[in-house]
Design a protein around this ligand. Sequence first.
Ligand code: ZN
Length: 430
Amino acid sequence: MSESVLLYGGEVVTPQGVARQDILIEGERIAAVGPDLAVQRPHARQVDISGLVALPGLVDVHAHLREPGGEHKEDFHSGTCAALAGGVTTVLAMPNTSPPIVDRQTFEQASALAAAKAVCDYGLYIGATLDNAAGVAALAGQAAALKMYIGSSTGSLLVDQRAAQIAHFEAYPKDKVIAVHAEDEAAVQYYAAQGQRRPPICAALATAHTLTLAGHTRRRLHVCHVSTRAELALIREAKARGVRVTCEATPHHLLMTIDEERADRLGSLAQVNPPLREAEDVAALWAGRDVIDLVATDHAPHTLEEKRGSAPPSGLPGLETVLPLLLTAVREGRLSLPDLVRWAATRPAEVFGLARKGQIAPGFDADLALVDPSAEWTIGNEGLLTRCGWTPFAGWQVRGRVEQVYLRGRLAFAAGRVLAEPGSGRNVIS
Ligand SMILES: [Zn+2]
């Protein structure tokens, strides 16, 4: 018989709200949530979590773990350690690795690496190329989703030809998600020649075009990292007329402006695709929260040396900072705790079909982030578990710290240390 654990004394965020509740874990699952469960289950091992708030482990649907090919800046072990430190218990890993994950052979290679090294649960994306529509459709059952780069970013994956885009939307299964990096490549190149880096029109063009494709083919479109008022207006209108579209926003687009890149403070360190935006666009994201289904980190580590080089790569690490930053936003009254949970755990699990993830409720996996909501601290580069070793949020004062993380009923992270063994993470798709 599997062990029973009773967490008592903490506040618990459930779909119904926030309340003092006990959580009974049996084996890998949550067996019950409610007051005074100790009376019913005297045999359970009792763990006092007084002073802590229990959230469902976050589900991050957009993470670049860099393996294979970029192990000098991250791999499945270091990236999933960073995830646990950030209260994230499930990550969906992007396919723009080296080699990219675009066929059965590369998918199986990446699956074996993840299975051996991950310390949190995971799923793997498969990448669209100009000519692999039939191949990726055949692998759809094993993949977290299809990732299509309409505009170029890190790596070689790019599907900037209309015919290939249509072929993918026609071929991919109707119940599976097609996640799109929506920046129009021709517009990106045009503006680059004018000395402008990816202005908002690049994102709006690609989003409008892709929404049309999704509507016509009745496929499930997920727009990655929306960052502008224009994208939100397009997605709002498409949702209203029944297009099957969801979208995500990143902590960096929600919390930083392009001034971070212009100013001396971060400069090229803040370079990311799509870029950080003007304050009006950032305000539009907060005002348009009803259209944004979920928060995803787009965790995209590069070394400081790479970021400070002559041709800095785009991307920012984000797994370890997402939860403290969102808890601070709760403190500031910008969203509620149930909103945070819906945005960063429940809805991501729903959109990507992870039936046992994202809620503290009976039958769900016992994935928990236990946070101290009143801990005040300053984010720094020291002690980060991501191999790249830096964060664009260094120096930010935050309120709320991840103290313990449970993965399927087992304590996987506590007091700043990962306790889970490499290989204890499980593939949530197959
Ligand atoms: Zn990304």
